[in-house]
Design a binder for this molecule. Structure first.
Ligand code: AHM
Ligand code: MG
Length: 329
């Protein structure tokens, strides 16, 4: 029974930066995850947790109370370890500079981007939700600038998610495979449960919000019909939770493609490049899959602003390549 901490120490060569820094970063992520997990588990019991906070966030969406709680918990936890110099969150308009006397010292060298609670429309109905995180090295040597945050996904040094589902699982990559750890709530420890996660050879599932079918571009419509065709190993099974973390986790384990394309109403797609797509794309590639916006590799897209959206497709290489052929015949 390996704990997350033990696994990192034993595999210190997976990380090109000092293990101590990674351990401290993880200890703040673990702490925040446990605090959020505790609240998620009693969400039905009190009005303090479920429902809207009454705030419209930077995404123009109705912020849930738990979104706000998760955002605050992550910020406080990441600030306290003296290792992170800046944080950007899907819930906050601007990036946050972590103040302190060591602000510009060598010690505070990491930039963290988070979606504190993804899939928040599922909170009130007891369906899986998640946290997504992404870590870069700072570029600036003195004061933080927007360039520290607008780095391409291929510069990520760590990315992962926590899924609050039938159990709570933390999954991460540092560029040496994808590893998953399940929380044992009785002792409050994450244990290695899913080493070396990889997409299976079998292609089984397609995940897309088909209710938007009439608003999809033709290539996407044709691909959906292809998935439903009785031929070769098809039809595929349709599965869609509406929680990126949950849909991604299932597809990586069972073999499936996740698609959030541009639509008539969201011409740039819905998902955010920095908080959602880049970390999931890093994990996808490390699990042997492919992540694309339909034409370009997600990890090579140049970010122009913090809350940029992009169409997002990820899954087994053959399925994603097939969809790209339908988009660009
Ligand atoms: P959120 O960050 O506001 O929670 O939105 C992101 C979520 C993803 O988890 C999910 O895949 C997608 O939005 C679902 O959107 P839709 O309801 O349009 O299908
Ligand atoms: Mg989100």
């Amino acid at each position: 029974m390996y704990t997350l901490g033990e696994f990192i120490i034993e595999n210190r060569d997976h990380f090109s930066y000092p293990t101590e820094g990674l351990l401290r970063l993880f200890s703040s992520i673990k702490l925040a995850a446990k605090a959020i997990n505790k609240e998620v588990n009693k969400a039905g019991l009190t009005e303090k947790i479920i429902g809207s906070s009454g705030i419209i966030n930077i995404q123009g969406e109705n912020q849930q109370k738990l979104d706000n709680f998760a955002h605050q918990v992550f910020i406080e936890s990441l600030k306290s370890r003296n290792i992170v110099c800046g944080i950007a969150s899907e819930e906050s308009k601007d990036f946050i500079v972590v103040k302190g006397e060591k602000e510009n010292s060598f010690q505070k060298k990491y930039i963290v981007l988070i979606d504190p609670l993804d899939g928040s429309s599922n909170i009130d109905v007891n369906v899986s939700i998640g946290t997504i995180f992404s870590v870069y090295r700072r570029k600036s040597s003195m004061n933080l600038t927007m360039d520290d945050f607008l780095q391409k996904g291929n510069k990520q040094i760590l990315a992962g998610y926590i899924i609050y589902g039938s159990s709570t699982i933390l999954v991460y990559t540092t560029g040496n495979g994808v590893h998953g750890f399940t929380l044992d709530p009785s002792v409050g420890t994450f244990y290695l449960s899913h080493p070396n996660l990889r997409y299976p050879k079998i292609e089984r599932i397609y995940s897309i919000n088909e209710g938007n079918y009439s608003r999809f571009p033709n290539g996407i419509k044709k691909f959906i019909r292809y998935c439903q065709e009785k031929k070769e190993n098809r039809p595929y099974t349709a599965r869609y939770i509406g929680s990126l973390v949950g849909d991604f986790h299932r597809n990586m384990i069972q073999g499936g493609i996740y698609i959030y394309p541009k639509t008539e109403y969201s011409p740039k797609g819905k998902l955010r490049l920095l908080y959602e797509c880049n970390p999931m794309a890093f994990l996808t590639e490390q699990a042997g899959g492919k992540a694309s916006d339909g034409e370009n590799r997600i990890l090579d897209i140049e970010p122009l602003n913090l809350h940029q959206r992009t169409p997002f497709i990820c899954g087994p290489v053959r399925m994603v390549t097939k969809l790209e052929e339908f988009i660009n015949p």
